[in-house]
Design a protein around this ligand. Structure first.
Ligand code: G6P
Length: 479
């Protein structure tokens, strides 16, 4: 490949599923970053000679399309101004906080909006260029909400799906956005708009009715040109079987034992794993843990907290502020409550390979996932998938999409510090039978709805939207 591509399936996402890395000889190469999304879409991409359009990060120019592990990848470039305006600005300092219930204050800047439109147009043009006649194009996430309409204008023959990975806010909040109508119209370029939860799909349909004035009925929007757009929920999941296999490999089992040993063999290990993001509730959860130690309800000899915070969006001010706050809090808790060889919190500001994550999940007795708002939260699902012995307690925020499925977790309101302390203690003290009963039920849920099922149901319904164009895709070869 990959010049003059003409693909029956095109995935468009802000990021490519690979990272740019420096090779031993000093030249630049690509390394697969094995996210859930690529695992899910890979089989159908392969069966249809599909391509993935996305940004590899950075400002490198003149990147040619290439093939990696049998996937056809088309890298998009962004200038420094576009990174600041489109990615750090409009996507991550306007839309991200607005869509997450205003956990931080969104900033509205007209020049960011200009950059967002510009980048969306370039992605749409690239998709229009590589899609074959009647192809299916699947656009992903909040960074690219204008792409569906821009693409439809260029290529009315295509079948277009859009999936939002993050929450879609209630009308009362969305309303604040100066460009609310344009975003809704952008999404309406798709035949099918997918959300994590049905509440989000309902928010969208209601807004379309109120703000754009189209007729709607249940999950359908009727456009004046005769087209219909469906808005529905497709809760995303993980590669449960893949993780379950990984966590039982010799290397991971050994590594997990090493971690427990290195921690000084505490009775119970608490674990938090998040991108370092203010929506994740990291500060509140560490404070709750710290207070339990101060009050003597937990002891550093028995309990230890590992917090993995994956560096994220470090040029955005709110993220820098958060990092400083967490640094200070961890320093204070360890300074006040730690002992020699026994810090209360092991704070790791880093990202780790899948194997190391699996070893951590295997080690954790209590997994703590406490976002203020989260589209789904795959960490909660990954933890459950890794607990092959049916043990381990999950403390989960009610405001994570995952809470709709993982009802047997210890559910908490992350704004209620005392409630969170109680849940941490309950999970810590719960007897084995109780922990097993809950974990068994959650594992059943996770196994029934894995990421392959998620992708298949979205693609099937996209193919079936009444009045949509495009030809039928081939199913994955190995299914
Ligand atoms: C969330 C978003 C994704 C995004 C990811 C990492 O999961 O839904 O679209 O790619 O965070 O964030 P980043 O800004 O590094 O792409």
């Amino acid at each position: 490949m990959v010049k003059n591509v003409s693909a029956d399936l095109v995935v468009v996402a802000n990021r490519l599923p690979v990272d740019r890395v420096e090779l031993p000889d000093g030249s630049k190469g690509w390394r697969t970053s094995p996210g859930g999304l690529v695992t899910a879409i890979e089989p159908v991409l392969r069966a249809n000679e599909g391509v993935w359009i996305g940004w590899p990060g950075g400002t490198e120019e003149h990147l040619e399309p290439f093939e990696q592990d049998g996937l056809h990848l088309v890298p998009m470039t962004m200038s420094q101004d576009e990174i600041e305006g489109h990615y750090e600005g409009f996507s991550n300092a306007t839309l991200w906080p607005l869509y997450h219930d205003l956990v931080a204050k969104p900033a509205f800047h007209r020049e960011w909006w200009e950059a967002y439109q510009r980048v969306n147009r370039r992605f749409a043009e690239k998709a229009a260029e590589v899609a074959a006649e009647g192809a299916t194009v699947w656009v992903h996430d909040y960074q690219l909400q204008l792409v569906p309409a821009m693409l439809r204008e260029l290529r009315p023959d295509l079948k277009i799906g859009f999936y939002l990975h993050i929450p879609f806010p209630p009308a009362e909040l969305f309303q604040q956005l100066p460009w609310r109508r344009q975003l809704l119209e952008g999404l309406l370029g798709a035949d099918l708009v997918g959300f994590q939860l049905s509440g989000a799909a309902q928010n969208f349909v209601r807004l379309v009715r109120q703000r754009v004035g189209h007729k709607t009925h249940r999950d359908l929007v009727y456009l004046p040109d005769g087209r219909t757009v469906r808005a529905a929920a497709y809760p995303i999941s993980i590669d449960a079987a893949g993780l379950e296999d990984l966590v039982q490999t010799e290397g991971v089992v050994k590594r997990s034992a090493e971690i427990r040993e290195a921690l000084g063999r505490p009775r119970k290990v608490f674990l938090g794993v998040d991108r370092l993001d203010y929506t994740k509730g990291i500060y509140a959860r560490l404070r709750a843990f710290g207070e339990l130690l101060t009050e003597g309800k937990l002891d550093v000899d028995d309990a230890v907290f590992i917090q993995v915070a994956v560096p994220s969006r470090e040029q955005v001010e709110q993220y820098r502020i958060l990092r400083d706050e967490i640094d200070r809090l961890v320093g204070r808790i360890n300074g006040d409550l730690g002992e020699i060889g026994r810090p209360a919190i092991h704070y790791l500001h880093s990202s780790y390979p899948r194997e190391e994550m699996a070893a951590l999940y295997r080690t954790a007795d209590v997994m703590v996932v406490t976002p203020y708002r989260d589209g789904m939260n795959l960490v909660a699902k990954e933890y459950v998938a890794c607990r092959c012995q049916d043990d381990g307690a999950l403390v989960l925020s009610e405001f994570a999409g995952a809470a709709e499925e993982l009802r047997q977790a210890w559910l908490v309101n992350p704004y209620d510090l005392n409630g969170m302390k109680q849940a941490l203690l309950d999970a810590y003290r719960a007897d084995e039978k109780e922990v097993t009963r809950r974990m068994k039920a959650m594992r059943k849920t996770i196994k029934q709805h894995d990421v392959a099922a998620w992708a298949a149901s979205f693609m099937t319904e996209l193919a079936d939207v009444p009045g949509s164009h495009g030809k039928t895709l081939r199913p994955p070869r190995d299914s």
